[in-house]
Design a protein around this ligand. Structure first.
Ligand code: NOJ
Ligand code: MG
Length: 510
């Protein structure tokens, strides 16, 4: 690696998330696929990312667009073939990119052969691979948990047996019971299957949910209205994470265990990193939901510094993904999104970039007759515009409408335009890679005027770097960072000693 350090790639690197339905379509069915993805991987390498995380493309009835897996070891025909997945891995490796696949260990599709068998009879050996319970005496579900996406119980009655099964998400996504020893063993087999094909690690879907309390206690009143997936972080989770960690550690090379730790309690997320025996990275969900506000971000970074232990794990920062409105849309302006990119790519920890944020994409406006996701997440899943011309490089009308200004936002329109968001991301990624303090340094918060977040990053044997970010739309006269300008929201250096301009971020060698 060009970093010149012995640190693992996931400590110093940047991961780029691809939602394959929306990335690139090769066969003209309007849905992105693996061949389309492979054909556009050079975009990711050019951008300067270190790894791709690919959302699920496994066999699936697509009730949750692939997060309902019916065969963990095969590719859905919509996306291609197993040979295409192999091509994806080898092409990415040729380009110097690591490959992280999505592992969905908490649930399967209701069409998975395991669940079909489980449902066939209470005496079937697969029955206890899932969570079945008798109704309460009045016939109602076994506890008060709510499912995600619809305000419905997290339980569906199976009329044949008179028992309910648990699903934290859709009824088509029954939860596996990790208390049954065959479940971890099978999932380990899935991981080994993909690692043998060359995969460098896994992003583990709702990993906090796998260690369910067998008692399945009711949610307390204050949580009872929320989806249970937000607070079902049972006592067995850490032990199961340690088990998964041993599986990745058992394979040669540096394989990553990245957890989708979707809880709002940072201490809990940090806990899942263990003592170097848990997740390598956990998504920092509190910061994903923080507003664009200097004081709020200062508090998030301070708490992260305090809570994430220096023992071999760190946070994965995420501003956008396929589940929430894009930060360009949430924060409201292009200028803020440019400053946010500086924050994301210079803060301590591992940044993850969601395909399209480097184009400054906003969420698509999805008219009611084109809504497809039961969870209301279509807007952030709009297809990537590659080219200016109508169709934007998609051979047929895609499954969702394009985001606003797709022509001007296309890769073709932005490439080589120094003022574009795309070139801004490229410059930032290049700078980060070339600057040890930015990709492996410690972080210390600096005093700064209201509205400004400032921090200093230092690494042994390297020049310290300061980052100053103005979260406001006004110039801040009291913020006049000094030092050699390395980059930031401007295309070229500002006047030395000048105050931070509206929405401006500066990176300086200090
Ligand atoms: C989190 C995934 O990111 C989301 O897209 C999915 O719907 C749920 N987990 C259920 O798998
Ligand atoms: Mg296709």
């Amino acid at each position: 690696m060009p970093h010149g350090t012995a640190l693992p790639w996931w400590v110093t690197g940047v991961a780029y998330q691809i939602y394959p339905r929306s990335f690139a379509d090769s066969d003209g069915d309007g849905v992105g696929d693996l061949r389309g993805l492979v054909a556009h991987l050079d975009h990711v390498a050019d951008l300067g990312a270190d790894a791709v995380w690919v959302s699920p493309f496994f066999r699936s009835p697509m009730a949750d667009f692939g997060y309902d897996v019916a065969d963990f070891r095969d590719v859905d025909p919509l996306f291609g073939t197993l040979a295409d997945a192999d091509d994806l891995i080898s092409r990415a490796h040729e380009l110097g990119l690591r490959v992280v696949f999505d592992l969905v260990p908490n649930h399967t599709s209701s069409e998975h052969p395991w669940f079909r068998a489980a449902r066939s009879s209470p005496r079937d050996p697969h029955r206890d691979w899932y969570v079945w319970r008798d109704p309460r005496p009045d016939g109602s579900p076994p506890n008060n948990w709510r499912a995600a996406f619809a305000d419905e119980p997290a339980w569906t009655l199976d009329p044949a047996s008179g028992q309910y099964y648990l699903h934290l998400f859709l009824p088509e996504q029954p939860d596996l019971d990790w208390n049954h020893p065959s479940v971890p063993a099978e999932i380990a087999g899935v991981m080994e299957f993909w690692m043998a094909r060359g995969v460098d690690g896994f992003r583990c879907d709702v990993i906090h949910c796998i260690g369910k309390d067998p008692e399945l206690p009711d949610a307390p009143d204050d949580l009872a209205g929320l989806p249970a997936c937000l607070f079902d972080h049972g006592p067995g989770t850490m032990e199961q994470i340690r088990f998964l960690r041993r599986v990745v550690d058992g394979a040669p090379g540096e394989r990553l265990l990245l957890g989708e730790t979707y809880v709002f309690d940072r201490e809990r997320i940090a806990g899942y990193l263990g003592d170097g025996d848990g997740l390598h990275l956990g998504f920092d969900i509190p910061a994903l939901h923080a507003p664009w506000d200097a004081a709020a971000w200062r508090a998030e970074v301070a708490s992260a510094l305090e809570l994430y232990p220096p023992r071999g794990g760190q946070p994965a920062w995420v501003l956008s993904n396929h589940d929430v409105p894009r930060h360009r849309t949430r924060y409201g302006t292009e200028a803020r999104a440019r400053a946010a990119a500086v924050l994301l790519l210079t803060v301590w920890g591992t940044p993850t970039v969601y395909a399209g944020e480097e184009l400054g994409l906003e969420d698509a406006e999805v008219p009611p007759d084109r809504v497809v996701d039961p969870g209301g997440r279509d807007g952030c899943r709009a297809p990537l515009p590659w080219r200016r011309a109508a169709g934007h490089g998609w051979p047929a009308e895609p499954w969702l409408p394009f985001p606003p200004d797709a022509r001007a936002r296309s890769v073709e329109a932005q490439r080589d335009d120094p003022a574009s968001m795309l070139e801004h991301y490229r410059r930032l990624l290049r700078l980060r890679r070339a600057t040890p303090a930015l990709h492996r340094g410690d972080l210390r918060l600096l005093d700064a005027p209201d509205g400004v977040l400032a921090y200093r990053r230092t690494a042994d044997g390297a020049d310290p770097v300061e980052v100053w970010i103005n979260f406001t739309e006004q110039e801040v006269a009291g913020a006049r960072p000094v030092g050699k300008w390395l980059g930031g929201t401007r295309v070229g250096p500002p006047e030395a000693g000048s105050p931070l301009g509206p929405d401006e971020a500066r990176i300086l060698s200090a």
